[in-house]
Design a protein around this ligand. Sequence first.
Ligand code: GLU
Length: 429
Amino acid sequence: MSNSIFEAATAQLDKALKHYQIDAEAALRLRTPKSALQVSVPVRMDDGSLRVFQGYRVRYNDLLGPTKGGIRFHPGVTIDEVTSLAFWMTFKCAVVGIPYGGGKGGVTVNPKELSLLEIERLSRGYMSAIADFIGPSRDIPAPDVYTNSMIMGWMVDEYSNIKREFVPSIITGKPIALGGSQGREDATGRGGFYVLEAAKERLGLGSKPLTIAVQGFGNVGYFFAYLAAKAGHKVVAVSDSKGAIYSKEGLDPESCRRVKQEQKELKAAYCTGSVCEIVEHDKLTNEELLELEVDVLVPAALENVINKDNADKIKAKVIVELANGPTTPEADEILAKKGIPVVPDILANAGGVTVSYFEWVQNRNGYYWRESKVHERLKEIMDRATLEVLDLRDQYETDLRTCAYISALKRIDQAVQAKGTLRYFAARR
Ligand code: GLU
């Protein structure tokens, strides 16, 4: 098996195509990216020196609408990774039925080593380098790993400077003050929480409070943990790149985040009155967290963390993928044999892009919605998509990932047919 993430991603598609055949021409068009751009981004560093960063933007497929997907700033970014992420975005948007194709961008950089001013120069430089490749009706970026609303704010400003007019619909996940949507910040975690709530009984988890372990405590992992704990579930472990903490009694995600922000380290603290006390907890490694005996395991960081080396040791009853691509195809097979359902990334983490869609709609209308409206519409979409995938599971008697791909393929196939294929024209001659 090669190390290519893209090969592993397309293996998921191949598996779905065995269960659900689409027009051969549509299948052919799903195998390769529509277009890919590589850019060099020169950045003046604070000490006066110049560094040149490599950046990418891939428009994977636009059969259902303009391409959509985030921008990642991470030292591990490669064209292989960005292409795979753009591929997953194609199917993610189709699963939830929003009118987008899939795209993605990234810069190979460790933003933790850069000052805020250097990150601003990099963000503006990258946007300027890709400005002619993207567009509000062509390709719309958003945040991803290690990028956030502040960075989206700099990018929309840079794009608007280039175009000499304010173009809020060029990018989503913006600060509210620059045309961002209410409810975008927590949308991915919230969407994952809605999916878990909608699916838990049909996945054999019952309706009682669940024990949950969350690997990755960035924006997505935190908001998921926060909402799950608020709903009465017990979040027993959380981790970041430096390690994990565990408490049988359950952790308070809000206090973990506060301490992490203050001390740059994951610890559990609870405030009673004005006195903050550190609650007893064990330290674990990320690997140990993945192997905990919990009801729900939530990978919420990077790709390939559940692989052939550890899949057999997973003891969770259900996995909910909030990261993109956390489970390799070999691990999928092992988990299926063990009877552990995996709620796939392209469904479980689609809440982010769904609220990005709401943001884009609001920008194009110039009319903004209340937060409660965003939550209500997000829930409606996540519930419907989850039930669709669960129904396909009953129909096809196969794993949830394959069913999510089938659900996406149905929509993509219809669009290809409607644009005209050999079969389409032959049937109408
Ligand atoms: N980066 C997020 C994802 O992987 C959000 C993409 C978007 O909002 O366009 O789904």
